[in-house]
Design a protein around this ligand. Structure first.
Ligand SMILES: [Zn+2]
Length: 190
């Protein structure tokens, strides 16, 4: 039997730990920190945006909103530059909620595309790593994040790159646009 959220909550709420973040080079913040109190479980999960494909903004978006499309997949860049050199997202054209919902044929294509997009972003140059992530708690329409982190700045490595993305000031528009163009060019060369 899996532990219920209520059981988990009772077990952990008075025993939260504070990891030694002050010793972590990659932690973006300074100063005294303490964990937030954990709130009790809710009755049910909040529905994700576009649940069941109803009013799904990704289903409604036109191909013009994307930087690169194929018969079954579409790739878009964030509208506004963020702190990292470029952030793009890959989605299936059709509405699927979770990776395990993809039919086999699409799942196979996804494997190939994750590699293609990662390679295209790396080809921009001065990219230390491309983080390929799937969270999925906001919008239901399946989407994979590609977050490029700058090379040779050791503090920006690892999962905190997603937080550094909001800490660093936005990448200048012309640099961002050139990076997006380089990604598209690399995808079209393959
Ligand atoms: Zn959708």
């Amino acid at each position: 039997m899996p532990e219920t959220p209520e059981e988990l909550y009772e077990r952990v709420k008075d025993s939260l730990r504070m990891p030694p973040v002050e010793e972590w080079d990659t932690f973006p913040f300074d100063g005294e920190m303490s964990p937030r109190p954990l709130l009790p479980p809710v009755e049910k999960e909040t529905p994700r945006l576009g649940e069941g494909g109803v009013d799904c903004r990704r289903c409604q978006a036109s191909d013009d909103d994307y930087i690169w499309t194929t018969e079954r997949w579409r790739l878009y860049a964030l509208d506004k530059p963020t702190g990292l050199p470029v952030v793009v997202l890959l989605e299936p054209r059709e509405h699927f909620a979770d990776p395990g919902d993809l039919p086999e044929e699409l799942a196979e294509e996804l494997g190939v595309l994750l590699g293609r997009v990662e390679r295209a972003i790396r080809s921009i140059g001065e990219i230390g790593r491309v983080h390929v992530c799937r969270w999925g708690d906001g919008s239901e329409h399946l989407h994979w994040w590609f977050m490029a982190r700058p090379a040779r700045i050791p503090q920006l490595i690892g999962s905190f790159a997603a937080i550094w993305d909001d800490v660093l000031p936005p990448t200048p528009r012309e640099v961002w646009d050139a990076n997006v163009a380089a990604v598209v060019a690399a995808l079209e060369r393959e």
